[in-house]
Each structure stands twice: as structure tokens, then as C-alpha cells.
Ligand binder design. Sequence first.
Ligand code: RNT
Ligand code: ZN
Length: 417
Amino acid sequence: MTIKERYESAKEIYERVGVNTDEVLETLKNVPISLHCWQGDDVSGFDNKGALSGGIQATGNYPGKARTPEELMADIDEVLALVPGKHRINLHASYAIFEEGEWVDRNKLEPKHFKKWVEFAKERGLGIDFNPTFFSHPKAAEYTLTHPDPEIRKFWIEHGQACVRISQYFAEELGTHCLMNIWIPDGLKDVPADRMGPRQRYKDSLDQILAIDYDKSKVFVCLESKVFGIGLESYTAGSAEFTMNYVMNKGITPLMDNGHYHPTEMVSDKIPSLLLFSDKIALHVTRPVRWDSDHVVLLDDETKEIAKEIVRNDALDRVLIGLDFFDASINRISAWVVGMRNMQKALMLALLSPNKALKEMQDSQDFTKLMVMQEELKLYPFGDVWNYFCEVNKVPTREDYYNEIKKYENEVLIKRG
Ligand code: RNT
Ligand code: ZN
């Protein structure tokens, strides 16, 4: 049977539970996922030679890491050719591209340092999302936006402001919004003597960043919370409560990374609550294994559950989906492609679910039928719909992308030092 024939048969099966698979394909094709550039080079960036800091870690030494903007862009092209649909790219300030012999510090970054990225995005019809980089820098050795030294804090405030201007440049050039996400690693390894002070300074720093004039309809400033980091086990200034209160107070956008909570706390469960109070919310979809380890996103229960909350609350245009992981132990292109395709598979599963009927079962307290249906739906021919989706969007079906990646590894990656 061909992929198309299998699809036709799957279509009939889904029709019986009231799901139109053609509509699912059309919807999913138009859901952009923001591809994080930092999977390609283990979060190294181009603006300094220092080690990755900030309590995050990429482990592994698989060959082929991108070392230059050209290599990173070529790798991103390879990824986009293996993922169905149209997407966005997510850059960090540390990926600024300087002219030969030029260098400016992070507080002096300007749109021109991202011109090459804009050209890259324009040629491919991609949107760009952005992040100030408050780590991997000599001035970020201890704290950034919470620093007790006013000079260092000022440096980082200026960096945040510069990034808002760069975000607006992206939005204006590309004709689509730019999500600008603020995450700082600031925290303490051991028991604090003052939990309030750093948060007070964080609040003031954010106020100063947001005080510059920018177009809120084009730049969506987000704030990402975190419960702990490596070496920051006892306290983080940007806790969930700080972040949620700040966001609600200022009318900016909350961003949840599903590696940033206690292990049994689920981001999927938080999504509807946030949707009731914020017009838009943003996600960093990742996979924490025992800690915020940033493993590649799999088609696991929580990824599926996150997708369900987005789809059944009719929020595909209100939840800005981005990925955030960095695995250096496997082929980095494969890490990206597997993560992207899994996020899409999770969304497809959610779209293929008879969500209205299931809600009615819950409301009418028909929990018996609800369990039967939820369990049986797991065995519906979802793979046949997925393969057809890949085929019509002209990307490899099933595991065929692996061969493409292996070919690229042999022809390109292996030759990198
Ligand atoms: C760190 C945060 C943050 C970073 C990226 C590189 O724990 O998740 O989003 O991973 O900005
Ligand atoms: Zn994150």
C-alpha cells in the first residue's frame, strides 16, 4: 500500500470519530515552531571564546559542531529541509555577526550586527525570535540584572535595551512579530541572606529595559522563570512567582520552559490557567531528565499533553511555541530534526483527537467512556496521517531523514575540525 492509500484508510477511521484529517493537515502546516539556533553549536555563539556559563550545560563531543555563522546557517538549512511546514528561527544576542576585525560588547549591539541573519531569514521567508544573552560573558560571572554593583547592572540593562531595538528591527524587516525572551541565571548556590534585594533589583532592571520606546504590537517581550540551575541550587531571583507577577503587572508575555519546574510539576497543566489571563503565552519545549538537562524533545507524555492543551483550547495562535534543548552527544542536525518533528507529531495527535466529544464526556461525567476513548485513540493510525503529511510537504517520510542526515554528516560535518 502506498502512503496515500494508507492515508485514505486512516482518514476513514478518523472520520468515524468525527475528525477530518484533511483539515488537520492544513492546520498543522501553518503552525510555526521557533527553531533555536543554539542546538547547532552547543550554545557557544560567536561573540566570545569563553565557556558556557549560567548554570546550563551541553554535554557530549559529537563531531561536526558549527563554528561559524556560515556553518550554522548551512546546518539550519539542512534541518528546515527535513521538517515539514514553515517555521521561525530563534537567535541569541551572542550570535551577532561582526565584520572582519570588528567587535562590540553586548551593551553596544546594534541591528547591523544581525543584518546577515535578516538576509538569511528573508531569503527563506522565516520570522526571527530573539534573546538577550545574560550568560557566557566576563560581566556575567556572578550576577547580571540583579547585580549589587550599579555599573555592572547598568551594562546588562543596556544590553536588554539594545536587544529590544534589535527585536524591533527583525519585526520591521521581516513583517512578522519578534518574540524577545528574557532569561537570567542570577541566583545562589547556598542559602540566601537576602531573597528580596536581588528581586528588587531585577524588577527595577526590567522596568528600565521596558521603559524604552518600542512597538508592542511587533515585539513581544517575554520573561522566563526558573527554579534552579547548576551552582544555583538554593535560590533564583527569577522564580515562577516573581515572573508571573511581573508579567501580569506589566502586560508582557509569560514564557514557560518545561525544564524549569519541580519534577512533578507539569507545564501542560499550567497552560490553560495562563491562557485565561494572558492574550499570548510562550513556551520553551524541552525534555528535562532528572534536572533541567535540555535533552532532545521526544514524543513523550508531557510533550503530547502540552500539545493537547494548546489545541483543545483553540490556542494555536496564542501559544508561541519554541524549542530549547542542546545535546552535543549525537548528530546535532538529527537532534534538531527529531525535536521539531516530535513537536509537530504531538500537535498532530492533539488535532486528530475528537476534543469536543471528549470534553462532553467529562462534563457529563461519563468517565468510563472517556477512559475507553482516550486509551483506544492511542492506537489509531496516526502514523499514516503523519507520513502523508511529510509526503505532501515534500520532506522525507518515516525514518528516511536519517539517511539524509548521515549523508550531510559524511559530506560536511565530518570535515569540520
Ligand atoms: C536556561 C533557559 C534558557 C536557555 C537559552 C539558551 O535554563 O532555558 O532559555 O536555555 O536561552
Ligand atoms: Zn528555556
